[in-house]
Write a protein that binds this ligand. Sequence first.
Ligand SMILES: Cc1cc2nc3c(=O)[nH]c(=O)nc-3n(C[C@H](O)[C@H](O)[C@H](O)COP(=O)(O)OP(=O)(O)OC[C@H]3O[C@@H](n4cnc5c(N)ncnc54)[C@H](O)[C@@H]3O)c2cc1C
Length: 653
Amino acid sequence: MRQSISLSLCSVGDTDLTGIHALYEKTNTMSPFFLIDLALVIGFVHCDRQQYFEDMIKSRTDHALNYKFQEDAKMYEATDKATVTDFGIYDFIVIGAGASGSVIANRISEIKDWEILLLEAGDDPDDFVMIPRYFAVNVLTDYNWGYQTTPQKNACLGNINQKCRLPTGKGTGGTTLISELVYSRGDPQMYDKWAKLVKDPSWAFKNVLPYLKKSENYTGNVEDGFIDEGYHGFDGYWQVSNFEKFYPLSEIFLAGNVDMGVKFTDYNGKEQIGSAILQINTKNGRRCDQYSAFIKPIMNERDNLKISKQSYVIKIEFNSTRYATAVLFTKNMKIYRARVNHEVILSAGVIGSPQLLMLSGIGPKDHLKQHGIEVLENLEVGSTFRDHLMTQVFFSSNLSSSVNHSQTDQIKEYLTGHGILTAANPIDVIGAYNTFSGKESQTYPNLQLSISQGGISEMTKKLLNWNNEIFQELYGQTVKNAFTLVALLLHSHSTGSIRLKSSSPYEYPLIDGNYLSDPKGLDIETLYQGIQIALRLIKTPAFQSINATLAVPHIPACQRMKYLSKDFWYCYIRQAVKSAFHPVGSCLMGATTNSVVNSQFKVYGVKGLRVCDASVFPLAPSGQPVAICAMMAEKLTDLLKQKYGKTSRNCDP
Ligand SMILES: Cc1cc2nc3c(=O)[nH]c(=O)nc-3n(C[C@H](O)[C@H](O)[C@H](O)COP(=O)(O)OP(=O)(O)OC[C@H]3O[C@@H](n4cnc5c(N)ncnc54)[C@H](O)[C@@H]3O)c2cc1C
């Protein structure tokens, strides 16, 4: 017994009182040995935490380099397809415990007389996932579904088979388990545009601001002047903070922007355009993902919330009046049916949600018929996929890396909640710019620029799917004190699609980003403008003080073009561009013929089914998606509480 307890606690090496509580629950007894064991275990864990983390980091990074991405969902396939076991009846069933679903499950389970079922295909995060700095290693694990796009014609040309990776999180917390933790909501005008697109003023900025604030618990020092106080929340579940330390490169980035006449701003405040200190979702130096923020604190406290993990949903069922009545899912190789009283809420993400709708008979009718799926409702599901794209440009400098010190020291600091491991990117600054040449508003950014230290590793090559040739050309060179400027296209105009590969729920769908394909070429031009801003930035006195120098060679794929000409950069972008991993819009919210849900998240043509996740965004946002997902979840749950006559902390003005 003693050995098994020690081992189980060792597995929560970053232990806290929840771990101790779990241990007691596990033993379920206050035996004479319990306290002795507990003392031994606490001592053991305390002494060995350093070693535990060192071993874990080594084994995970080794594993990541040899990791083989999953290519389908056959691991979930039931062995006996004829038998369906009843899983009970619930008031609401939430599908997917990601950035949106976790918040929804938390908020609706506040109503004690509602029974809630939350279904999630993955597992809870472990200690390694909690280390912000290793987010890229997490991508190379089974916390990622492993999706990639179909071969692209205009982008990702330097990738193996011209396929872009599209990492998507699997587990309680969803993609926030592998994200970079940037907290960014998008600017006020974006929401006003959203309200116009969906013909519903409740989406205007002044009306969604209370929901953005409701989730947030900003814990940075307000006195620092980094934020516009009135735009932030201070008592939500979800921690927002700033990285604790400025590295010289951060200072240079901010100073360079000042040199260019770009002012300092709070990009989650009144004005987004400007340079800023990043706001990140960490708590005591640990990842503050949607599981840690919204599920863990309530998990053992709400009897009315049942969370079923490793539960892969394969279909939503409807009765003859087109009402969603049940959800079919597999768990431990068996098929279950969970029935629903009120509503099913689909939050399986930009790829999972359209796939499930189509498998359930809701989608483009010809496409469904082609796969022999009975059509329940003909809707443009999966037809309006959008994404953010990014291009990296490398520079050398004479600023020696002050970020790297020994891993042992990094872990020591991490265990006290400090140091480089507590941020995904410790060069914690960002800029938002407007490169529109026309008369569009100057307060509406179309581009972000971020900076990071160092070059590219074998791990990044694997993560991004680069082919050997481009990897060797671009990154095989030795660059002195390398740093990277990354241009991120916000409002992409290219529209891609998600289509079923077959009628089997165990096949991954076909994802065609159709990147850089917009007929007017606005997307590639914006990325080109982003590179021009980066090149201007390194000419500023701030960057010249570290002798910043472009380190992009004349790559063979672009040899025909004059080096550094506009044609060269266009060619470079098509080779080296990648998804910024912010896909949205595959189940569009709106009131047009290609809309899938209305402004209250209801799927057109059926009853008792809503979709609430990044798939419903009616536009590619001017911020990162998670904060927007949390806001939508807060808005939806208020709406449900009102509809069903429950009291809520109504945020409507
Ligand atoms: C590497 C990376 C870095 C990122 N960095 C940032 C960042 O810094 N800031 C930011 O705001 N955004 C970031 N993002 C994007 C962001 O994480 C996603 O946009 C966001 O999580 C989407 O939320 P969602 O609710 O739509 O879906 P998700 O968070 O993806 O959740 C969907 C959930 O549904 C589950 N699911 C899917 N299908 C099924 C099924 N059939 N049955 C049961 N469960 C299912 C999934 O396992 C998952 O848990 C990043 C993404 C990546 C990949």
